[in-house]
Design a protein around this ligand. Sequence first.
Ligand code: GLN
Length: 552
Amino acid sequence: MPDRTITPPAATAKFIFVTGGVTSSLGKGIVSASLAKLLQARGFRVTIQKFDPYINIDPGTLNPYEHGECYVTDDGAETDLDLGHYERFLNVPTSQANNVTTGRIYDAVIRKEREGAYLGKTVQVVPHITDEIKRRMLLLGQKGEFDVVITEIGGCIGDIESLPFVEAVRQLRWELPPNDSLVIHLTLLPYLKAAGELKTKPTQHSVRDLREAGLQPDILVCRSEHPIPAEMRKKIALFCNVQVNSVIESLDADSIYSVPLLMRKEKLDERVIKKMKLVGGAPDPDLDAWKDFLGRLKNPTEEITVALVGKYVELPDAYKSILEAFVHAGAQNECKVTVRMIQSEHITAETVAQQLHGADGVLVAPGFGERGFEGKLAAIRYVRESGIPFFGICLGMQCAVVEFARNVLGLQGANSTEMDAATPYPVIGLMEDQKNITQKGGTMRLGSYVCELRKGSKAAKAYAANRIEERHRHRYEFNSEFQQQFEAAGMLASGINPDTGLVEMVELRDHPWFVAGQFHPELKSTVQAPHPLFVRFIRAAIQHRKQQVAVA
Ligand code: GLN
């Protein structure tokens, strides 16, 4: 056995590890975020991090069909979409440190090996890879900023890829002081219709796998379509070596935002506090604001339909943050928002009116590449000409600019150079610093940038501010050489980056609501702070609907 290269430094926070068994997609992210919410609502400072077993350095290079949306943090990390849930639930920003992949771990270890940092030792999964995993698992807990760090381990127990992460947790369990770590295992109790009962065997097996890897769970959260009878809880406790009140039922919820209340009812937070001897929190979580939000969400007085035009519509996870931002903004307006997904590839000038029929607002989504681009332009032309509220995000803004150039300014063949490198009118193009980039990963304009809003613009009114910060993830930009021409014809640059002069927002002067941003506002919408652009877009859509009804 080689010498240890790293001794984990003293931690100041307590650590909760969340693993998953039986199957993926059980909602580890939501359970983690819900527990974090409950602890936060008692006054604890909590953060959540995700350790993903895949070998990509980050999900930035993944097709959205593979892994859903790529979430971006203020400091420019391209991350797993679960970080979006963490921020939406906690209203606290995450950072580079909150998402770690196997790729990142190996990258760090291999770099160190090349530097000669291992002094001639054989570099191995244990201890070198597991030491690097542990170092990163403890990192956020050592800053004195958090009382509790929740670590979600991606994948499923039994996966080859997640073994080093489970092994790292096993080691930390005995390295950290007693009561400073806890393992919560999320499993599934499948319901067999023919037998008319829930089955515990898969849970028993997944806990056995976990124990084989050296980890004994403290708490089991059991996903189930039906309430778990008391006898069954006892059986699970007996077979899995947990206390019966540590068998937590997690029923399917009508909304992910109901899960904190369900977990509260099952006393998940109490179990955690007791087992970890967490001191200093309030005796009860203060969930008034959360319940208020749920009340508005579940009792809408208005109803609208918005069309989401994009090319990844077959997989709603590809637009996760946009869909959640609609939930927040809908609740804020006490309005039920039905989102109709429209495949932009199928939109043509001839079919657009029919496809957008009944839509009270249209959002054109972010995206990359040519597929579906012309369909997005057709949708934008239609809403621009018919006065339907429009919201463009990133590629959606670029489409709005190209559409305006072609059909209002009369610049035939105008395009983004992403779609047509030889366009005579490159109204969207690459900045100099992007031109020589060949590496795809982590090289876009990423993270938070300041934007100044034009006084009196729709954007400034929506934000009720003149200076904002929003997150970016793109290579192409509005070509400022055309700015005057656009302004003269009624498309205003309503948001400008004060450091670079780049146009970050455009809007139409003579349209009820036609606003687009080069950034991703959806990434900053939370339950506590619904995003103003979404809130205002929904309001415009409600007004549009009322007018339609009045005319009819
Ligand atoms: N493809 C565009 C760019 O790179 C837009 C990216 C996006 O919508 N996120 O600039």
